[in-house]
Design a protein around this ligand. Structure first.
Ligand SMILES: NC(=O)c1ccc[n+]([C@@H]2O[C@H](COP(=O)([O-])OP(=O)(O)OC[C@H]3O[C@@H](n4cnc5c(N)ncnc54)[C@H](O)[C@@H]3O)[C@@H](O)[C@H]2O)c1
Length: 435
């Protein structure tokens, strides 16, 4: 009863407690404080226990990745493993099982769907980062889900997760497309390029070299490695040591890293230098995409020109042509030769341009969009800023033609028509706006 009274007398505003002088009440206050301290310690202790239990907490990774790893550590259990196995199950004779990184991305979604359609086993991996609208990535995920492709929500730097996936499925191939893309964003967030394009690539290769059997790896480099080259068209034999952006430098570094893993561990590695890929389900940070959005909104668009009114042009390549090139690279990839982390003999090391061979001035791209959208663009002609963009790209594709049977068939007019049809459908005739 006396205890009840004590509680009843406690003022509601902390700090305003009038200490009673009575020796009788002092031990009671101490008792309450001790209890409060005890439970606070239990609470803090349980938080510490929860964090340090995470398998990746020991690795020096950025805090956002630790959070992601906490999430990925929940990926376990028989139901999850069954889902992984079902997605990666080969359903055709001579089929392959492919781990597609960056599967919720533009190219990754199309490549995953194409592999699944022909009966290959496909498992996706993507961290669904917010470099651009993640709802578009989730919509692509839903699309793939309907075809039977499961995308694991995880980071390529999460080595424990990668190992676990290889424990469940002995992938024959890895299609490594996860990367921090975009040239201009590199000035805003340079470390994201190092995290995904360098550290992430090394994590993927580290796991691939140590599993048995080692998979063959096809991965996305970029036409941006040609940087400030002026000799056209760009050939695989040309120099690639003048990158014009950090993005380009990380892709060039990737090519050197690929050489090292091929040389030391016998990994079969094929790098694909994509040239400005466009099409349905594309990337909102690319000019053809945000020009479409801004033209429909009646906003002005900036069209760059080089010094002395020089034309800025791109070798725009339609997504279906790129997908054919990716599949051909997977199909012609030889097996890796190493095992147990040791090289047993020389392994294949290749690099190919995958472009369209016909560069189009960006102003012509805008004219095509105007015709397709039936809206006149408000053009602002501006000087090409020195923030990573180059004046032109133009692919020599003869090597890919000879060795992969690569032959692009979609011109910009036809390809943009398909893109605009998709855009209007997806964004409700442009009423719902892309971010
Ligand atoms: N689209 C092009 O024009 C083009 C041109 C040249 C090269 N590339 C290269 O092709 C590949 C695919 O490009 P895209 O256009 O589909 O880009 P995208 O941004 O649409 O796809 C990349 C995907 O990788 C994921 N990702 C990024 N970092 C990750 C990480 N650390 N862990 C797990 N997932 C991660 C992203 O969430 C994204 O879904 C990239 O490597 C890109 O650099 C693209």
């Amino acid at each position: 009863m006396s205890q009840m009274k004590h509680i009843d007398n406690t003022p509601s505003t902390p700090g305003k407690c009038k200490m009673e002088k009575s020796p009788y009440s002092r031990p009671r206050l101490h008792y309450s404080l001790a209890k409060l301290t005890f439970w606070s310690l239990v609470f803090i202790g349980s938080i510490f226990f929860f964090f340090f239990r995470s398998p990746s907490s020991s690795s020096p990774v950025p805090s956002d990745l630790s959070r992601r790893s906490l999430r990925t550590s929940s990926y376990s259990g028989p139901a999850w493993e069954k889902r992984v196995r079902a997605s990666a199950k080969i359903r055709s004779r001579n089929g392959i099982s492919v781990l597609v990184t960056g599967a919720a991305g533009f190219v990754g979604t199309h490549v995953s769907a194409a592999l699944k359609r022909r009966g290959d086993g496909v498992l996706g991996l993507d961290n669904f980062n917010d470099y651009y609208d993640p709802s578009l990535k989730r919509a692509r995920q839903a699309l793939l889900d309907r075809t039977g492709v499961y995308i694991v929500d995880g980071d390529i730097n999460d080595v424990a997760l990668l190992k676990k996936l290889f424990d469940i499925v002995p992938f024959t191939h890895v299609m490594h497309l996860a990367a921090q893309a975009g040239v201009r964003y590199a000035m805003e967030n340079p470390s994201s390029y190092v995290h995904s394009n360098i550290a992430g690539l090394v994590s993927v290769l580290e796991v691939c070299k140590s599993v048995n059997p080692q998979p063959a790896i096809v991965w996305a480099s970029s036409s941006s490695v040609y940087g400030l080259n002026t000799k056209v068209p760009f050939s695989e034999r040309d120099r690639t040591d003048h990158p014009a952006s950090l993005y380009a430098a990380t892709k060039k570094a990737g090519e050197e890293i690929a050489h090292t893993y091929n040389h030391i561990y016998g990994l079969s590695l094929t790098g694909l230098r994509f040239f400005t890929v466009y099409g349905p389900w594309g990337r909102p940070d690319m000019a053809y995409f945000f020009f479409t959005r801004d033209i429909l909104k009646g906003k002005s668009i900036s069209i760059f020109e080089a010094a002395n009114h020089g034309t800025v042009a791109r070798d725009f390549t339609y997504i279906d042509d790129i997908v054919k090139g990716c599949l051909a690279a997977l199909d012609t990839a030889e097996k890796s030769t190493g095992s147990g982390g040791k090289k047993k003999g020389p392994a294949q090391l290749r690099v190919y341009n995958l472009g369209n061979t016909s560069p189009v001035p960006v102003s012509n791209l805008v004219s095509i969009l105007e015709r397709l959208l039936k809206v006149k663009a408000k053009r602002l002609i501006m000087k090409l800023p020195r923030n990573g963009d180059v004046q032109f790209t133009h692919a020599n594709i003869s090597l890919a033609q000879t060795e992969l049977g690569y032959k692009p068939t979609t011109d910009l007019q036809k390809g943009l028509k398909k893109f605009v049809q998709w855009y209007l459908r997806y964004y409700g005739n442009g009423k719902k706006s892309a971010q």
